[in-house]
Design a protein around this ligand. Structure first.
Ligand code: PLP
Length: 223
């Protein structure tokens, strides 16, 4: 492993954490947790993030996550692995076995399958509801108007809903969307708010994100 790059990585993480703390100090909110988004990153890069003190990770695809994380989870049992990409119902079994949180719960059929599989495996893991906060036709997520009914549906199935997650529209300023997410979180009395990526994590912190999902600012541009 390249020692110089290691130190760079640690410095980057510290800079980001300081930025988040500084923003949070201007609000009534706590500083968000940093989740390292490791899609397309090799196990070596993930190890550097672990060495820099990151304990929460996110993967987008179940199969890629299995390939990298079966080994990593054995070695570092304290790490938390979240699914942050879309989940097909035919991958629910593997997802429940591997992940510690599903952040992309977005439809009733998926809620049914997750509840069924969790009880089959005797493994209860928290979920976040993904919200289509920009009401974009091509994007995954529950429509904001449907949130209360969907939350009740999931709870009736026995699922633990810890909070909400979103990816706001790429071509518009994110602040109004983050503000809306905070409002929904409060109205629905949920704890977690997964929002903010490399381009907008400081804005997300300002609006009370509890988890920012960072790829590019930690690992550089993806291929
Ligand atoms: C890739 C990804 C991220 C990280 O994106 P960056 O802009 O590289 O920080 C965060 N959330 C989700 C859902 C992603 O797919």
């Amino acid at each position: 492993m390249n020692h110089e790059f290691d130190q760079d990585f640690e410095r980057r993480v510290k800079t980001i954490r300081d930025e988040l703390t500084n923003v949070a100090n201007t609000t009534d909110f706590a500083s968000p947790c940093v989740l390292a988004a490791t899609k397309q990153q090799a196990v070596g890069a993930i190890r550097q993030a672990v060495a820099a003190g990151i304990t929460r990770f996110g993967e987008n695809r179940v199969q890629e996550a299995e390939e990298k994380w079966n080994e990593l989870k054995q070695e570092f049992p304290h790490l938390q692995l979240h699914l942050i990409g879309p989940l097909q119902t035919n991958k629910v079994k593997e997802a429940v076995a591997l992940f510690d949180c599903i952040e992309t719960l977005d439809r009733e059929k998926l809620a049914d399958k997750l509840a069924e599989e969790m009880s089959r495996q005797g493994r209860k893991i928290p979920c976040l509801i993904q919200v289509n906060i920009g009401r974009e036709p091509q994007k995954a997520g529950v429509e904001p108007d449907d949130l209360p009914a969907f939350l009740s549906y999931c709870r009736d199935k026995g699922l633990e809903i810890a909070g909400l997650m979103c990816v706001p529209p790429v071509d518009r300023p994110p602040a109004p969307y983050f503000a809306l997410m905070q409002k929904y979180r409060q109205t629905l009395r949920l704890a977690e708010l997964s929002m903010g990526m490399s381009g907008d994590y400081k804005t997300a912190a300002k609006f009370g994100s509890t988890e920012v999902r960072l790829g590019t600012v930690l690992f550089g541009e993806r291929a």
